[in-house]
Design a protein around this ligand. Structure first.
Ligand code: FES
Length: 333
């Protein structure tokens, strides 16, 4: 038995097997539907259920607001199909993203950013051309057969050489390889782009950027892409790390703040107070600022616990759910 998903952005209905999620069926049909975690945490796969019944798998309370549920918004990754359904895309900009490609490349530089984060800069082979992506997206980087991970691009889409910030995670095979074995000249394969927490070009209002640790990579890409077109809009950046030795790229961030006077930079240490630093976990620091986030577009990147806590607080502080874009590093041990 097969079911059909009538989707607003495709001419023909998409075929689904019983028990498929809407997202599984759309991706299998080649529809580049916005998604990230695929387990109901991030909320980036929202769509509107127009007709038919779905079975909803469990999901995070932060992924959909009560208001969205009342409007029959559902998470495509949690909506199991047990009959024909009709759904409508909410985030049309996400549907038009470019195709996923797999490109060969080479390491051209390695830079130690902190005691446990290395910057890896690649050059992709000429016949493959540049990796087309939107600021904030990530790619799968394969360093050796079976040793691959998702890492966010820290460069902007205009910069040809992909740059990644790789944190050495205890027990992480790919990050251990990067920390201990990777050398300049090493061959790699990059597949992407992926991820839905990318810069929304249509938004002309204020922007909130929140980065935890090496989550600064996609946030820096968004920030450097955004500033030349921000047109006087306020940009609030919160960068949270554990202690002073984990802070990196501060000189770059301060130079950006000096070049754009509507950028406010907050660096927060969670485990020890520091001179000129905010102190506390990111959601605590943001809550203390008592900002009304109504009208803001927000981008969050970092560990899942940080993303969940900040998501909850900024929505309480007025941010509309549909303006919250988050890629937690769910799939990066
Ligand atoms: Fe569906 Fe994250 S992809 S909630």
């Amino acid at each position: 038995m097969e079911y059909h998903i009538d989707f607003s952005e495709t001419r023909e209905p998409v075929t689904a097997q019983p028990g498929d999620t809407v997202l599984e069926a759309l991706l299998r049909a080649g529809v580049p539907f916005p998604h990230s975690c695929q387990v109901g945490n991030c909320g980036t796969c929202k769509c509107e259920l127009i007709e038919g019944e779905i079975f909803e798998l469990p999901y995070s309370e932060h992924a959909l607001s009560e208001d969205e549920k009342a409007k029959k918004h559902v998470l495509a990754c949690r909506a199991q199909v047990w009959g024909d359904v009709k759904v409508r895309a909410i985030d049309i900009e996400g549907i038009s993203l470019g195709p996923i490609r797999s490109l060969r490349g080479r390491v051209i530089s390695l830079t130690q950013l902190t005691h446990d984060i290395r910057e890896v800069r690649l050059s992709l082979e000429a016949e493959g051309g540049a990796l087309a992506f939107a600021a904030g997206q990530y790619a799968q980087v394969e360093f050796a057969p079976g040793i691959s991970r998702h890492y966010s691009m820290a460069n902007t889409p205009d910069e040809i050489d992909p740059v990644f910030h790789v944190r050495h995670v205890p027990g992480g095979r790919a990050s251990a390889f990067v920390a201990e074995k990777l050398k300049v000249g090493h061959g790699v394969r990059v597949t992407g782009p992926y991820g839905s927490s990318y810069l929304r070009q249509h938004h002309a209002g204020p922007v909130l950027l929140v980065a935890g640790g090496s989550g600064l990579a996609p946030i820096e890409s968004i920030l450097r892409t955004l500033i030349p077109r921000a047109n006087g809009a306020a940009i609030l950046l919160y960068f949270g790390v554990r202690s002073e030795k984990d802070v990196y790229h501060e000189t770059i961030l301060r130079a950006l703040a000096a070049s754009y006077d509507k950028l406010r930079l907050n660096i927060a240490l969670s485990e020890q107070p520091g001179r000129g630093r905010r102190n506390g976990l990111l959601h605590e620091v943001i809550a203390a600022d008592r900002i009304d986030f109504c009208g803001y577009m927000a981008y969050l990147a970092g560990p899942p616990a940080m993303v969940d806590a900040v998501s909850g607080i900024v929505v309480q502080m007025g941010l509309e759910h549909r303006n919250l874009h988050a890629d937690a590093f769910y799939n990066q041990p």
